[in-house]
Structures are given as C-alpha cells and as structure tokens.
Design a protein around this ligand. Sequence first.
Ligand SMILES: [Zn+2]
Length: 56
Amino acid sequence: MQCPVCGGKAVGKIGSHHYYCRDCCIEYRIEREGVQVFEIDEEGMLARLDPAQIRL
Ligand SMILES: [Zn+2]
C-alpha cells in the first residue's frame, strides 16, 4: 500500500485499513468511499485533511 499523498512506500500499518506514512507524517484510512487522510498537529491531534488540499 503506497501513501496516497506522496506515493512513497515508507508506510506502516497501524490498524485494519489504517496506515501511517513516515515521509509525510500523516495517517490515512482506507474506507469504502475512498481514502481519508489525517494530519497530526502540534498537539498530537488528528486533523482531517480536505481532499482538495492533497496534491496527488
Ligand atoms: Zn507520504
């Protein structure tokens, strides 16, 4: 599974359908509707990224 943001392979699985990219420091989840991407802010909280902001 490649990172949907950078296309890299530095991806670790952290749950079922849930992955973490070490290159972009984002988490993403594979869902039926598509891929949901979360970024981790300074407080360690997950913030959902607007898909329009993701440059594929
Ligand atoms: Zn990435």
